[in-house]
Design a protein around this ligand. Structure first.
Ligand code: SF4
Length: 472
């Protein structure tokens, strides 16, 4: 029986098996940001250690950076201090810092692929859960904690358990108005937030094969929300086309060698999987979360689920979600008034996400409803630049959206972009946990960017297919 990509890449990067049963795994790329790195660098300093492979280590700032403007010093002293610390650490340890001044700053999971740093067959790590995004390229990519950031800085290796592999196939044809975000929310809804614990997810089948790299990134980004430490798509012509010519992608003879390696790490046709699940693309509708985990979601036109429809062990969490969100069981979610609309984050903050929304705003001429605060936050400076070049910044502002600077913004709200009180936010981000968007009582509804735009112009949760006349 053949091998899957995860096993091939893992085995190629395993330095040795440890007595604990874990493996020491070599990391091809280490991405660093301002929030989880200061302590790790401090620990290196205390032990008089250097960064082992500075040429494989890249830093940027994303979580704390304000998006109104990026002028220094920041009004928030703590944010300013964190950035000063990052700058100091990068300079002292010889790490390349993709700073706001460089024009290459952005959310770490947007800029890694954008610059061609993320490549097939790599091991990628970062002190951030959504590192799973980079698996879209056929890399094994996972989030790590601060102590592990220290370990990777000092040794370029990590102690890791080997995961099982579940292949998730979605075959058939998605309906118009159904996006990558809907697919991944549907998968998480079906398998649960714990369903992927102990697994790497391999996404395959017609739908993922046809997806662009940006759509694949949206899916892999949320693998972690389904409990899988990492998720990936096998590299193919779409992957190579995306990478060709990017700043850090191989060129010339090195490109040919790289492609030969990338081809070799694809899952074999007869690869072994610990589990295989299959879904039909035609069954997927635009999805909206209604609760406090990314699995608590529903098709936009369906009524909210009754708690009796869940197994008894899940009911306490369902009741807790209803209590927190203030929704009624069996009531429609469609029509629920929203206060804030946020389009951005490492899930849906790439050019094609905004382009799709701009296209519908332009065509429909619709405006953000009075009383709704609507933010468009590009995932990187390069994404922002491209949007401006295409004139989409004007489309967004004309429609009543604020067009901001690059950063994580309201995804985690470690910056001035926060919900206030019990505000309800239609969000293209990846987590709807209690208090996630900056207010301890704020509420988040996850959905695709086009669905966020539909909610913004309707003032309430809406079916984008109806709002923007997307033909079925
Ligand atoms: S956009 Fe959100 S999930 Fe992504 S890196 Fe930033 S805070 Fe984390």
């Amino acid at each position: 029986m053949g091998k899957n990509l995860y096993d091939k890449v893992f085995d190629l990067h395993a330095v040795r098996k440890l007595d604990s049963g874990q493996y020491q795994l070599l990391m091809g790329l280490h991405l660093v940001h301002e929030v989880t790195s200061p302590q790790a660098f401090a620990m290196l300093r205390e032990r008089n250690l250097r960064v082992a492979y500075p040429e494989r280590t890249f830093a940027t700032c994303d979580h704390i950076i304000p998006t109104h403007n990026q002028l220094r010093p920041f009004k928030d002293d703590l944010a300013e201090q964190m950035l000063i610390e990052l700058e100091k650490n990068c300079a002292e340890f010889g790490v390349r810092y993709l700073s706001p001044k460089s024009g290459e700053q952005g959310i770490v999971h947007v800029i890694g692929p954008e610059l061609g740093l993320t490549q097939p067959g790599m091991t990628v790590c970062c002190g951030d859960s959504h590192t799973s995004t980079h698996g879209a390229f056929g890399a094994i990519a996972f989030g790590i904690g601060t102590t592990q950031v220290r370990d990777v800085l000092a040794t370029q290796t990590l102690a890791m358990d080997k995961l099982k592999v579940r292949r998730i196939e979605v075959n058939g044809q998605l309906r118009p108005g159904v996006y990558a975000k809907d697919v991944v929310l549907y998968v998480i809804h079906q398998l649960g937030v714990q369903g992927g614990v102990g697994y790497a997810y391999e996404f395959g089948g017609d739908v993922f094969d046809r997806f662009s790299m940006e759509e694949r990134m949206t899916v892999c980004n949320m693998s972690i929300e389904g409990g899988a430490r990492c998720g990936y798509v096998n590299p193919d012509a779409t992957t190579y086309e995306y990478l060709r010519g990017r700043e850090f992608a191989p060129a010339g003879a090195a490109w040919e060698r790289a492609v030969a390696y990338w081809d070799s790490i694809r899952s074999d046709a007869d690869a072994h999987y610990d589990d295989v699940v299959r879904f039909r693309a035609e069954d997927i509708e635009p999805m909206v979360t209604w609760g406090i985990t990314p699995a608590q979601s529903t098709a936009v036109n369906a009524p909210l689920p009754a708690s009796e429809s869940f197994p008894s062990q899940d009911r306490a969490l369902i009741e807790e979600a209803y209590q927190y969100m203030g929704f009624k069981q069996s009531a429609p979610l469609k029509g629920q008034k929203i206060d804030v609309a946020f389009i951005g984050s490492c899930t849906n903050g790439r050019f094609s996400d905004f382009e799709e929304v701009a296209k519908y705003l332009q065509k429909s001429g619709k405006q953000v409803q009075a009383g709704v605060r609507a933010l468009v936050v590009p995932g990187s400076q390069k994404v922002r630049e491209r949007l401006i070049e295409a004139g989409y910044d004007k489309v967004f502002t004309a429609a009543g959206f604020e067009f901001r600077e690059a950063g994580c913004s309201m995804c985690l709200a470690m910056n001035p972009d926060k919900l206030v009180g019990r505000e309800l936010c239609a969000s293209s981000s990846n987590r709807n946990f209690k208090g996630r968007q900056g207010s301890p009582t704020g509420r988040t509804l996850l959905m695709s960017p086009v669905m966020v735009a539909a909610a913004a112009v309707s003032g309430s949760v809406a079916d984008a297919r109806e709002v923007f006349a997307i033909q079925n």
